[in-house]
Design a protein around this ligand. Sequence first.
Ligand code: PEP
Ligand code: MG
Length: 615
Amino acid sequence: MQESQTRDTSWVAQKGGMETVAGLATSRGFAAGEVYLALRGGRIAIPERAIAPDDADGEVLRYRTAQKSAKAQIDKMLDDLRQDGGDDSLMVLASHLEIINDVSFSARIEKCIYDNRICAESAVRRVTDEVRQIFMRMKDKYMRERVKDVDDVESRILRILMDRDDNPFAYLVKPSIIVADELAPSDTAALKKDLVLGFATDDGSTTSHVALLARALGIPAVTGLADISSRVKSGDFVLLDGTNGAVTINPDASTRAAFDQMVEHERQLAEFLAEDSSGAGVLKSGERIVLSANSQPGVDLCDLKRFGAEGIGLYRTEYLWLKSNDEPSEDEQFEAYAAAVRAAGELGGGARVTFRTLDIGGDKLPRMMMQREANPFLGCRSIRYLLRHRDVLRTQLRAILRASAIGKAAVMFPMVSDVREMVEAKSELALAMRSLREDGIPFDEHIQCGAMVETPSAALNAVRLASECDFFSIGTNDLVQYTMAADRGNGNVANLYQPTNPAVLRLVQMTAKAASDAGIGCGVCGESASDPVLGFLWVALGVGELSMSAGFLPAQRRILKALSKCDADELAAYVNGFLDVRTAEEIYDFCLRFLLAKVPRFEDIQSFFTRAQTV
Ligand code: PEP
Ligand code: MG
């Protein structure tokens, strides 16, 4: 086999007429089938036309008509998507609409037509080029990524002006593997999803729009394939491996057979884990560990039942703010919260939803409310923001309380770093209760109220904090970041982002002990709860609930039932003995070996987790 590298992430191997291109494993699963080539072709070539002064008004009118049509197209797609519940696309299309509706954007284009005496297409290109430059110079990664939205808006308006076909899927009539240079959200909105066996794209990352869409729909996808779209033509037969990140074009018989074997192995693994997709989390020795799901507006609530969640341990309410241009009203919030408690109610067993109040700031910045800060992760985040915007907090608490009349709910405050914040937040809860009583609106008078422990100060003051709380939920995503002073999203310091650092373990242990001494519950709702090694470590350190993305619950359930309270005590004793003498890596390796020795097929379970993590 001959290998060549096309760029950092993509490799090509050739053997006879067969080619294997490696890219990013973006959505797990396998597909074999014919290619449907959907090319968007990057930048659209435009006519660079100078115009006579008298024609300028006409060109401005052409632009305004195209702008209106673009707006109508997006409005229609948004309506369709709202009915289908496609939330990631909703957010992206809403930002396109924002650009199209931006008065200064249109004013610049019209001025460009008049000042330079050029046609509407050329003016759109010049102005969008300027806007792209501005975005690309921005320090903020999120803002730099908005360039893609500008590209999408530009190509939509240009296609309308030039009367070009806008649907790259016009000829998709049978189930196929979609190969594309890139796919914009507005393209995939028009796609018939039941005809898609898989996605393979030149462009993209594991967090691109097509990646989110593929994962949400459970369709295998490989992105970052460099030039796959110029290596295939429609009708070619390909094998797509979304689990490992590869596409094979025109496979020979032995490659096909090996592929079929992998598919069979994956099927058996899924079947093995599916045996554990219901029932409580119970240790071999009989102790219960609550296994619940993390959820948020827009996530399919059917997953709760499918993977056997015992409730929602973390409901990230901020996504209601993040996907909208306007602040959600009390009624809008109530609708979303009521849907969540109803879905939890169907799980039986008194399953509850723990609503975390608005956790904005850091990297979660709704457009309408945030002031930019020099150091947002240490700035006016979460509960700090809410205590300075009491109207927002009160409205949200009223909506949560109203939902508590429909099904079991709890309230949780994020980013508590000082006990006074908890005291003040609780007094707002009391005020919200009083206003509902005055309005004669029912709610649960005994609703539980807890704190997220995700700052070192909250963990260090856990004893005092516990006296103000009905429960704790440890947010390890932030707790690790703040303890290690290592930005959770910055790859440059990923080596320091260590959940098993002795400092973090001490804080988790202190928090769990303070909760136990106060007779209140303590869970973990950070990503680490789903990690096969860390989940049981948290249990060993005294945590009684693990809340995670629902898909990981069966694997964690399988691990718990293979282990006993004795195992948990043994692991805790070892780890405690290591705190002064071992590194984070050594402790992680020790836990891994401990579990490999005790849990049947632990390696398989871990490989399932690791691969799902990378997607
Ligand atoms: C956490 O910090 O662990 C957590 C669950 O909150 P988020 O990831 O939403 O900040
Ligand atoms: Mg957090």
